[in-house]
Ligand binder design. Structure first.
Ligand SMILES: O=[N+]([O-])c1ccc(O[C@@H]2O[C@@H](CO)[C@H](O)[C@H]2O)cc1
Length: 805
């Protein structure tokens, strides 16, 4: 495990190793259900119920075999012809290097399509696009699986909301809004798994990290030891909706708990979270779906959380709480002792294994070579359709933040353009983290050269923190020769990544200086800001910088997407999926403050567009177009609604799903450039417990190719859940009051008003956590080292950490 993990860590985290250096564990192929020892076991009977099939398989294992099958690196059961199996695959934005995925050095299966990071795909506000992307990812995953190059379980998506701009893994998420995440993830899971209840599950997706995980390493607070304090209201309102969407509304196959503790309990050992909330309240059925730990987080229950006195106690606490699989070796190592000490029983072990193997049964793993998806081959990887979709996904997400009219830029053969900056010739950078080997990487420089323009290139500053001016001379040479300056820079995964939160949300000094000096040439200048959000104030205010685009991590065709937008081949219609805060924001609130609302006592200005009470540089949802749009909202059926009547017409088992109104938003392109437009609908109003959110996203739809002078209609389906707010206990209520439904076409705001009358009505009663539960004792030691992870220097530990002691 140790050697395996250290290799995979490099590739996963992007810590300087090329993806090609990674070699995953060979998968053991498929069980032989015709001639193998299992052929007479019900698990091989395709006509039997999947749970019955898994139960029959588990019944054939000895206790020792069962305990051996509880780690991600599963040895299988040779005696029964059950092959070795690696449960850990990644596919955040394409099949990615990870323990179960093996890319070939060359030839077939040497690459997979690399889509943009979710943060850029989130900016598209286009769920159909997301589902299409996910369908390609799962097709490629299945093709890899058919040739022994991947398993069938993928530990994606990361759907923790992007709460704080410093978070190193915010790029892995679609953004900061819980409704947006919920809707996005529903489309994504459908595409990955092959529908909500497919006959054969295409691959098993895993919603992670459940829950409240969004700090890597800030001010000495490490993800392995954090105990995040979150109120029930904030949990239900902000941190959990995307997970509810996964479990209750999308039938995702797997979940992953976190390294951190939530309100005193490490999440992987929290029966309230994993059982009462996830399995009971969200009806995530008990025998079919499974929870994995984060990688080595079971060990963290013991150290540094100190939640259990013994190692076997930590393993038992996790298994008994409902963590079915250990990403690591802690279960395999310590469950035998837990078992002999009576800390766990066989029923619990069986239940976890039944969940795991039912999931594999559902993917057709035991169904032989004629099973669905087994015909997919290398010719289904990196297809023309996949390539076009990767380009489209990047184009749809790229967001126009400033334009004095320079864009779209007309580039002809004679145009002289300087392409400058640390991203100008970006290749690997365009993928962000959790990458694989892409079909190709088309940099901005490459794309500029394809336009026929005369291109002058300079890389600009060295690394993110490079204080020297060593690399600057070519910058001035390029700028002097050119008629137009394109600077492509920003962040990369050397400063925002897994294990690494940002220390500033300013542009790094060298870049600010270079961009400022380039602007002084007074030539038409475009700035493309890559990576996550930075405070763009100096460039917004600089009249010599004509246009600013945000391009995130745009994937394999990021450069072409950028140039297509700049030249007007495609019109931009992305909208920011996160708030762009002023740089001082990070001094206004510690990252560890998990609260959302402004607070006079703590000085918190609040978080996200819902509650931030300062002036954002650019708000969530901001995004300009090359044309002008107006919108009007068709009248609602009533101006006032009685709460009791709304509920009496509601027959859904989950009342938040009941329909309220289907809102028609008529969008008019009043300019003359054909463009997409994403209609974002928000609800605002002073009702329910204060302080109120300023507004809340309740639905969105992307309209495509609206010609100049033409109109299209977006249909935003609102539910009772769209109108609900959460009380202090986490209960979901409809409240009487004045409501406004808003569509923001910038600068205009189109609005319709209505009221709800009557008494508040509960839509969802929240299962309260047990009171007086364990809290973490103050830690008197620093936890610093871990053999297989090796991410941190060993400082001191009150106990030696070797497993199995
Ligand atoms: O030791 N390693 O190789 C290693 C690599 C990645 C890693 O990160 C964790 O593993 C990912 C599993 O999907 C989770 O999203 C992330 O929190 C944790 C450990």
């Amino acid at each position: 495990m140790a050697a395996l993990l250290s290799l995979s860590a490099l590739a996963l985290l992007g810590a300087g190793a090329s993806a090609q250096t990674f070699q995953g564990t060979a998968q053991g192929g498929f069980p032989d259900c015709v001639n193998g020892p299992l052929s007479n076991n019900t698990v091989c009977d395709k006509s039997a119920d999947p749970i019955a099939r898994a139960k029959a398989l588990v019944a054939a294992f000895t206790v020792a075999e069962k305990l051996n099958l509880t780690g991600n690196n599963s040895p299988g059961v040779p005696r029964l012809g059950l092959p070795v199996y690696q449960w850990w695959q990644e596919a955040l934005h394409g099949v990615a290097s990870s323990p179960g995925v093996t890319f070939n050095a060359s030839g077939q299966f040497d690459s997979a399509t690399s889509f943009p990071q979710p943060i850029l795909m989130g900016a598209a506000f286009d769920d159909e696009l997301i589902q299409s992307v996910a369908e390609v990812v799962s097709t490629e995953a299945r093709a890899f699986n058919n040739y022994g190059r991947a398993g069938l379980d993928f530990w994606t998506p990361n759907i923790n909301p992007y709460r704080d701009p410093r978070w190193g893994r915010g790029q892995e998420t679609p953004g900061e809004d819980p409704y947006h995440l919920s809707s996005y993830v529903h489309a994504l899971i459908n595409g990955l798994q092959g529908g909500e209840d497919p006959e054969i599950r295409k691959i098993t997706a895993t919603c992670k990290h459940f829950a409240g995980y969004d700090i890597e390493s800030w001010n000495g607070n490490l993800r392995y030891q954090n105990d995040v304090q979150i109120s029930q209201r904030d949990l239900v309102e902000y941190y959990l909706p995307s997970f509810r969407s996964c479990a209750r509304d999308s039938n995702v196959g797997a979940f992953m708990c976190t390294y951190s503790a939530l309100n005193g309990v490490p999440t992987c050992a929290d029966p309230w979270l994993l059982n009462d909330v996830l399995r009971e309240h969200w009806n995530w059925t008990n025998e079919e779906q499974w929870v994995t730990s984060d990688c080595d987080s079971i060990q963290n229950i013991f150290l540094p959380h100190n939640f259990s006195d013994t190692r076997q106690g930590a393993a038992a606490a996790a298994l008994n709480a409902g963590t079915d699989l250990d990403c690591g070796t802690y279960y395999q190592h310590h469950l035998p002792l837990a078992y002999s000490e009576g800390l766990i029983n066989q029923t619990t072990v069986d239940q976890s294994l039944v969940r795991l193997y039912t999931s594999l049964v559902r993917t057709g793993y035991f169904d032989g070579p004629n099973a669905m998806y087994r015909n997919l081959t290398w010719s289904d990887v990196g297809t023309t359709h996949a390539q076009q979709l990767a380009l489209k996904a990047a184009e749809e997400g790229i967001t126009l933040l400033k334009n004095d009219g320079l864009l779209p830029l007309s580039i002809t053969n004679g145009t002289k353009i300087a392409v400058i900056g640390s991203w100008a010739n970006a290749t690997q950078q365009m993928q962000g983290n959790y990458y694989g080997v892409p079909t190709y990487l088309h940099s901005p420089l490459y794309a500029a050269q394809q336009t026929g323009a005369q291109v002058f290139y300079a890389g600009g500053p060295g690394g993110q923190g490079d204080p020297t001016t060593d690399h600057w001379l070519p910058v001035w040479t390029a700028a002097e020769k050119a008629d137009i300056i394109l600077y492509v820079g920003g962040l990369d995964i050397s400063v925002e990544a897994e294990g690494m939160d940002r220390e500033t949300i300013n542009w790094t000094g060298a870049q600010v200086d270079i961009i400022g000096e380039l602007a002084m040439y007074g030539k038409p200048m475009v700035l493309a800001q890559m990576g996550d959000q930075l405070d763009n104030t100096p460039f917004v205010n600089n009249p010599n910088i004509s246009a600013i685009l945000w391009g995130g991590y745009p994937g394999q065709d990021g450069g072409v997407a950028l140039l297509n937008i700049i030249t007007g081949k495609v019109a931009p219609a992305g909208r920011l999926p996160v708030t762009q805060y002023p740089a001082h924001y990070i001094s206004d609130i510690p990252m560890t403050d998990m609260t959302l609302r402004p607070n006079e006592t703590t000085g918190s200005p609040g978080r996200t567009y819902k509650w931030y009470n300062g002036t954002a540089v650019f708000e969530f949802g901001y995004g300009m177009h090359y044309t002008k749009f107006t919108a009007d909202i068709s009248p609602l059926s009533k101006s006032s609604y009685d709460i009791a009547s709304l509920l009496s017409g509601c027959t859904e088992s989950y009342k938040d799903r009941c329909a309220f109104e289907n809102i028609a938003v008529n969008v008019h392109n009043t300019g003359n450039i054909t463009s997409d437009y994403s209609a974002l609908g928000f609800i605002a109003g002073q009702f329910g417990p204060s302080p109120y959110p300023k507004k809340s996203l309740v639905n969105y739809q992307r309209l495509h190719s609206i010609a100049g002078g033409a109109s299209q209609t977006a249909t935003l389906n609102l539910t009772l859940g769209s109108l609900a707010r959460i009380d202090d206990h986490g209960n979901t209520y409809l409240y009487p009051g004045d409501y406004a439904l808003m569509i923001d076409t910038m600068p205009e705001l189109t609005m319709v008003n209505f009221t709800l009358t009557g008494n508040p009505a509960c839509l969802d009663e929240w299962p309260q956590p047990p009171s007086g539960g364990p809290t973490i004792p103050p830690s008197d030691y620093f936890y610093g080292g871990y053999g297989s992870r090796g991410e941190f220097p060993v400082i001191a530990a009150s106990e030696e950490l070797a497993p199995g002691a």
